[in-house]
Design a protein around this ligand. Structure first.
Ligand SMILES: Cc1ncc(COP(=O)(O)O)c(C=O)c1O
Length: 375
């Protein structure tokens, strides 16, 4: 049995003895000030400006995507990506029950309903077998898209999911909100499906304060993503002509300036986070009944949040460990409560959720700021 005191001691041996250790804190330094001041000085603080174009170009370069469209947040990115994938009111969309609320909410914003499926223990992400069971079940014909999510930055079994999706002709939209800097082989997460989305919320590996992006390798989908997230305005020097009902989901130039600065430090962040994950793994090597979740074989994880896993799922023990850490000033967190248990989605269709439930009862997310890996 893993004792809360032993976990606290192991975590403290890695993060040091500062009175308060955050879960994931951004590092704001020289380049951020320089670029945000340049955006202020340019007078372009809002929805157009050179930094938006530059951030989009640099994101496309880094991920290898043909097109990256910067938007207000990851939820908005997912909403529009689903619409572009063909999701319409009344449709069903397969999502992992174990995810942040935005994954299901974006489906609801598109007028569709989520179909919740189980996770795999190794990746903590969507199970291809569960996807197959949903597609081959009685409601399978109503399923219009599949949304795998790369949990805490660890790549999901995307090859398995793509194979089932292709058999049934259903598009994949990757929720890569947590996985900037995570790769399967040489390919960045978010580039396997028809579209993928990133988040730059304040707690992510790279932050723009708030923000997101839509990635796609299809130039026409990229053009449509830009058009639909910028009110569908037709280019003209003064006329306000819009050719469809769209959204004002653009990322402001000020936020993009922050993003350009943060992106320039991404490789350093990733190195620091790998070092931190390795330090945690070493610290827990001698702790009974718990270990650190490592990147799946054949992938490179960004280790967005380092996950400690209890060998035996036990909600009470998990909570005792969280209490010991939080009481000592260490901001640890559980996984999310299953989406299928949130009151809005209690009646949504679902498959068996045994592995996802066990993951909720056994995972504690540990402080993972890049600065901790640079100590
Ligand atoms: C898995 C997942 N999907 C979607 C989002 C939504 O992103 P945002 O907060 O930028 O709207 C987040 C995180 O915030 C997330 O963790």
């Amino acid at each position: 049995m893993t004792s809360p005191a032993a976990v606290l001691e192991a975590v403290r041996s890695v993060v040091g003895d500062a009175p308060r250790i955050g879960l994931h804190e951004p590092e704001i330094s020289g380049p951020e000030r320089e670029h945000v001041l340049a955006a202020l000085d340019s007078g372009y603080v809002s929805s157009v400006g050179a930094y938006v174009d530059r951030f989009e170009r640099e994101l496309a370069d880094y991920t290898g995507a043909a097109s990256a469209v910067a938007v207000a947040n990851g939820t908005a990115a997912l909403h529009v990506a689903l619409v572009l994938a063909g999701v319409r009111p009344g449709d069903l969309v397969i999502v992992p029950a174990l995810s942040f609320i935005a994954t299901a909410n974006a489906v609801a914003h598109a007028g569709a309903a989520p179909w919740f499926v189980d996770s795999e223990a190794g990746t903590m992400g969507m199970s291809p077998d569960a996807v197959r069971a949903a597609l081959e079940g009685p409601e399978g014909g109503r399923i219009r898209a599949i949304v795998p999510m790369h949990t805490l930055g660890h790549p999901v079994d995307i090859a398995g999911i793509l194979a089932v999706a292709a058999e049934h002709g259903v598009p994949v939209v990757e929720d890569a909100a947590e996985s900037l800097g995570s790769f399967v082989g040489d390919t960045h997460t978010g580039r396997f499906g028809a579209l993928g989305v990133l988040s730059f919320n304040g707690n992510k590996t790279v932050t723009t304060g708030g923000g997101g992006a839509i990635l796609t390798d299809d130039p026409e989908l990229g053009r449509r993503a830009k058009h639909l997230t910028t009110t569908a305005k037709l280019p003209h020097r003064w006329e306000f002509e819009h050719d469809e009902i769209a959204w004002n989901y653009r990322m402001p130039n000020l936020n993009a300036a922050l993003g350009v600065a943060q992106l320039s430090k991404l490789d350093r962040y990733l190195r620091a986070k790998r070092r931190l994950a390795a330090a945690y793994a070493a610290a827990f090597a001698d702790v009974d009944g718990a270990d650190i979740v490592l990147e799946p074989p054949g992938t490179r994880s960004n280790y967005w949040l380092v996950a400690l896993r209890l060998a035996h799922p036990d909600r009470a023990r998990r909570d005792a460990i969280l209490a010991a850490l939080v009481d000592d000033g260490v901001q640890a967190r559980p996984m999310w409560n299953l989406l299928s248990e949130q009151r809005m989605y209690r009646d949504a269709p679902r498959g068996p959720l045994g592995t996802a439930t066990a993951l909720v009862d056994s995972i504690v997310c540990l402080p993972s700021s890049p600065a901790l890996g640079e100590r």
